[in-house]
Design a protein around this ligand. Structure first.
Ligand code: 3PG
Length: 209
């Protein structure tokens, strides 16, 4: 059975945003996250290898739950589902992306940065949203302001979130989890330093609500 967007958000206090340039890195990286207690993994469709990486993780690391990030079009949504992605994350929202994810049974966390974005997404039935780019677009203050009119919407702030500022976001009642790229620092993949990813993943467990 397909996951719900809320289940995707509730699994861990932080969803890692992953950029993979080499298919050979996909499986060891996914295993490093699992060893650190994180199984919900967002592999962004930003590199030519991304879909093959999603496929490799889905096939070889079944305990992980791999999703596709940077889903920007109907074609992205279809390709992600075909590669074995179990959820989708988009930087913004369009009705076409929302419908394509529905058609593919992919739970979607649509990206929003304004009240109008939220209204478009909720109009189409999406109530679990990614706030992107969170720090740049207003951060904690913006989420507090949205909690009034959008009292029934839950957010995953992503963009500029760090281990240090994550607690400020997670303290808000309309925030379920955060997202970020800091668990995969530059060089980790080149060096094959998977142990570092596991250690960084373990650190985020202190963020559990
Ligand atoms: C992204 O989509 O690039 C994410 O929002 C990651 O942002 P960060 O690198 O600031 O964590």
């Amino acid at each position: 059975t397909p996951l719900t967007a809320l289940q995707v958000m509730q699994d861990s206090p932080m969803i890692p945003v992953i950029v993979l340039n080499d298919v050979a890195h996909a499986v060891p990286l996914a295993r490093a996250f699992l060893a650190g207690g994180i199984r919900m993994l967002e592999v962004t469709l930003r590199t030519p290898q991304a879909l093959a990486c999603i496929e490799a993780i889905a096939r070889e690391v079944p305990e992980a739950v791999v999703g596709a990030g940077t889903v920007r079009s109907k074609a992205d949504a279809k390709a992600a589902a075909n590669a074995g992605a179990r959820f989708a994350v988009s930087p913004g929202y369009t009705g076409a992306v929302g419908q394509a994810c529905r058609d593919a049974s992919l739970p979607l966390l649509p990206g929003v940065a304004s009240s109008s974005d939220i209204m478009m997404a909720t109009e189409d039935g999406f109530t679990e949203l990614k706030f992107f780019p969170a720090v740049q677009a207003g951060g904690v203050g913006m989420l507090k302001a949205w909690s009034g009119p959008f009292f029934d919407v839950k957010f995953c702030p992503t963009g500029g979130v760090t281990l240090q500022n994550a607690p400020n976001f997670l303290a808000l009642s309309n925030v379920v989890c955060v997202g970020g790229s800091w668990l995969v620092p530059a060089n980790v993949q080149e060096l094959g330093d998977w142990g570092r990813v596991t250690r960084l993943a373990m650190e985020i467990q202190i963020l559990r609500k």
